[in-house]
Write a protein that binds this ligand. Structure first.
Ligand code: T4K
Length: 398
């Protein structure tokens, strides 16, 4: 147990962890099942192009999302590109700035302009009032994000979309298995996009998917992701290669089978962080308004420097010296604070306040109760010695 400033590795103490403990370490899965599936694909000699494993993966994801269609892709970024093209979007797309750069880049890459909106500070998700206020005649869509598994304000955004005749899409990269009033993420808006990157709750090594109930949109997406094959006559878009491979689908199916186990780990870790942090003033889990329906794949904490005496950045430095490789959570810094978007300054006070205060702690099925306890022990010691840690840091910098 660390008590004094000298116990902290940043000031010469022994690191709490011998090996780096990363954030977003890929979840555990059944390796034998993965190898079986890969063997089967190799024996079958069908490795890509709508193979049986991809079709099965699409079926499973559509079931989970409760939608008619799931179109699997090589990653979520390409899925977003396909959606922009299939929906024929132009001009401006409204979105939160508090998201991974991929949401904004997907739009910009295709020559459209992402227009950033502030968040509701309670949820971290885009504020519907901001969205409505920023609609112009060039607005062709709203891209909302279920940030850190917190489901966005679906009802309000859908109503805004209907009022102004623009479609609403959801970037659901963080939200597989999350729900809103019992309804699973995947079926909201005109379409939703999932990511199955290695670091996500469900991993396909790299992978993505679009879920929708719209038959026409689904058919166009399928054509566009496969070099334009099967698109209706006269369709001018051509196509690209956005297909998922059989190896990725093998991993995706195997990872999906571990979903409940990963979820249970996340819930246990979340509860453990909540109870450990309860006794540390100024550091609290960012829960959003509906934590019970979140898959809790991210353990994001908010640091109130006025109470702790040390800010988020210094606390991260303390933890990293202990081999706890904490990082700012996805979306921090926000898109409008990074290249190429920061060249056009736009004030988003709630976003800026939150991104300066949050960090992501390790969780997932590779992290256990004892590790959570030790991570919180470091935070407790750093906060208890807040002014001394700050002064010590100044001395070592000098
Ligand atoms: N929309 C949103 C809201 C998203 O968050 C994302 C992606 C997308 C769209 C686009 O989805 P994809 O096109 O990727 O399907 C990572 C992921 O590459 C990305 O998928 C994810 N979100 C993003 C938030 O994180 P980086 O560049 O931040 O990853 P990196 O290499 O810095 O690693 C992050 C952490 O994960 C580190 O603590 C190390 C750890 N890690 C990483 C990998 C790859 C591991 O422990 N093992 C690993 O294999 O983008």
């Amino acid at each position: 147990m660390k008590r004094d400033i000298g116990d902290l590795a940043l000031f010469g103490g022994r690191p709490s962890f011998l090996r780096p403990l990363h954030v977003n370490t890929p979840n555990n899965f059944d390796r034998d099942r993965l190898y079986e599936r890969l063997d089967w694909a190799l024996d079958n000699r069908w490795l890509s192009n709508a193979g049986p494993l991809v079709l099965e993966f699409e079926e499973r994801v559509a079931e989970l999302a409760g939608t008619k269609h799931c179109i699997a892709t090589c990653n979520a970024t390409v899925a977003l590109h396909l959606l922009v093209r299939a929906a024929g979007l132009t001009g401006e797309v409204l979105m939160p700035s508090l998201t991974f750069s991929a949401t904004a880049h997907s739009v910009r890459w295709l020559g459209l302009e992402p227009v950033f909106c502030d968040i509701d500070p309670e949820t971290g998700c885009v504020d519907p009032a901001e969205v409505e206020a920023k609609i112009t005649e060039r607005t062709s869509a709203i891209f909302a994000v279920h940030l850190w598994g917190q489901v966005a304000a679906v009802e309000e955004l859908t109503a805004i979309g209907e009022r102004h005749g623009i479609p609403v899409y959801f970037d659901a990269a963080h939200a597989i298995g999350c729900t809103l009033e019992g309804k699973p993420v995947g079926g909201f808006g005109a379409a939703e996009v999932f990511s199955f990157h290695a670091t996500k709750m469900v991993s396909a090594f790299e992978g993505g998917a679009i879920t929708t109930d719209d038959d026409e949109l689904a058919a166009v997406l399928r054509g566009l992701k496969n070099f334009g094959k099967g698109l209706p006559e006269g369709h001018e878009m051509g196509g690209t290669n956005g297909k998922m491979s059989e190896a990725s689908a093998a991993m995706g199916l195997t990872s999906l089978e571990s979903y409940e186990r990963s979820l249970s780990h996340n819930k246990h870790n979340y509860a453990a962080y909540e109870s450990e942090l309860d006794s540390i003033p100024g550091v609290r889990l960012f829960t959003g308004t509906t934590p019970e329906t979140n898959n809790q794949q991210y353990a994001v904490v908010e640091v109130d420097e006025e109470v702790t005496g040390i800010g988020r950045d210094l606390l991260m430095q303390v933890l990293r010296a202990e081999n706890v490789m904490v990082i700012p959570p996805i979306g921090a810094p926000a898109c409008h604070e990074i290249e190429p978007y920061r060249r056009t300054p736009v004030p988003l006070p709630h976003t800026e306040r939150l991104t300066a205060r949050v960090m992501a702690l390790p969780t997932g099925s590779t992290v256990g109760r004892e590790q959570v306890r030790r991570v919180c022990d470091i935070i407790r010691c750093a906060v208890a010695n807040g002014p001394a840690v700050r002064a010590g840091q100044h001395r070592s910098a000098a």
